[in-house]
Design a protein around this ligand. Structure first.
Ligand code: PLP
Length: 358
């Protein structure tokens, strides 16, 4: 029996996608070999690759002046690629430090230029997002982390940046809701949460920012303009991951796209937050209500022993991955696009029963 998987990433995938991968693994559509054994320049892979790119464009309603890339190196490599390509002039760039992931992006950028922390949530222990962001003089871009996977915060409204490009790490909430893409200069997201298995990172870049890459002249792999020119086939792409992403996106389209998935995501998160909020303090979510994440729901209990018991009993009941990140403790339920509503209901019921039994 499949478990309800609340891991933060790698994370649950639709069973239909796993079945399709299995079916095609040994012999891809009569080729006599699998897709991961054929050339990444074969017509079979080409079709998969272009379908993945096309589905991203279609689902997001991407304007023509944006390019879609599938790169390697995880979202972590983007912490380097963004400043390497996009810092210009005085090499000043603004960062909002909203939690662990934003902090990592900032610290890599600080090695490459003048990264400025225009917001740092350390005084509120990273439980709140800024209500306003003031940009630095001559800023090359503003970087935000749209969803903090560890802290459980998610931006609901986007900062106004005027002519300064807005760059977002959307690793843990990409394609979970409709997005006004035209507000962003560049978006990146590791695949292993909402998109598919680990291995590829989706990068969406506005064309004028690709010109900045060429001007910064980074080494080939770090240069966005090369990847965009070559349709992400400058070097061997992570073909398996991209194939699986394509299947996940095809299913997302069939389910009705971003408006439909957002509705279900709100419902799933609502079920769990409702239990937390009506538990008379048995469960506590430290995040400011309006900044709560629909993807990663963090909560604590009175003490660690209780949390350990919760995770153990939930695991016995077929719900895995509920332990909070080792850096912050507590519990965390990740309810990405592919978590079925039944999983969120099962967890909400379990949480109610667990609290009632104490
Ligand atoms: C918001 C965010 N950014 C970046 C990363 C790093 O991604 P990767 O492990 O693909 O490098 C993660 C990983 O969980 C993440 O959640």
């Amino acid at each position: 029996m499949r478990k309800y998987n609340f891991y933060a990433g790698p994370s649950t995938l639709p069973v239909e996608v796993l079945e399709e991968l299995k079916e095609n693994m040994v012999d891809y559509k009569g080729m006599g070999m699998s897709l991961i054994e054929t050339s990444h320049r074969s017509k079979e892979y080409d079709e998969v690759h272009n379908d993945a790119v096309g589905l991203v464009k279609e689902l997001l309603g991407l304007p023509d002046n944006y390019k879609v890339m599938f790169l390697g190196g995880g979202a972590t490599l983007q912490f380097t690629m963004v400043p390497t390509n996009l810092m210009i002039g005085s090499r000043t760039a603004d960062y909002t430090i909203t939690g662990s992931w934003a902090k990592k992006a900032y610290s890599d950028a600080a090695k490459l230029g003048n990264a400025v922390a225009v917001y740092d949530g350390k005084d509120n222990k990273y439980t709140e997002l800024p209500s306003e962001v003031r940009l630095s003089e001559g800023s090359s871009y503003l970087h935000i982390t749209s969803n903090e996977t560890i802290g459980g915060l998610q931006w609901q409204e986007w900062p106004e940046t005027g002519d300064v490009p807005l760059v977002a790490d959307m690793s843990s909430d990409i394609l979970s809701r409709p997005l006004p893409v035209e507000k962003f200069g560049l978006i990146y997201a590791g695949a292993q949460k909402n998109l598919g298995p680990a291995g590829t990172t989706l990068v969406i870049a506005r064309e004028d920012l690709l010109e900045r890459s060429a001007a910064n002249n980074p080494t080939a792999y770090l240069d966005y303009s090369i990847h965009a020119d070559k349709n992400s086939l400058y070097n061997t792409p992570p073909v398996f991951s991209i194939y699986a992403v394509m299947l996940v996106l095809k299913r997302l389209k069939a389910l009705g796209g971003l408006y439909a998935v957002e509705k279900v995501n709100r419902e799933k998160a609502g079920l769990i937050y409702d239990v937390i909020d009506s538990s008379n303090g048995f469960y506590n979510c430290p995040v400011q209500k309006e900044n709560r994440s629909m993807m990663n729901i963090v909560f604590t209990m009175e003490n660690e022993d209780l949390e350990k018991d919760f995770v153990l009993k939930a695991t016995e009941a077929g719900m895995v991955g509920l332990k909070g990140h080792r850096s912050v403790g507590g519990c965390r339920a990740s309810v990405y696009n592919s978590m079925p509503i039944e999983g969120a209901k099962a967890l909400a019921d379990f949480m109610k029963d667990f609290a009632a039994g104490k």
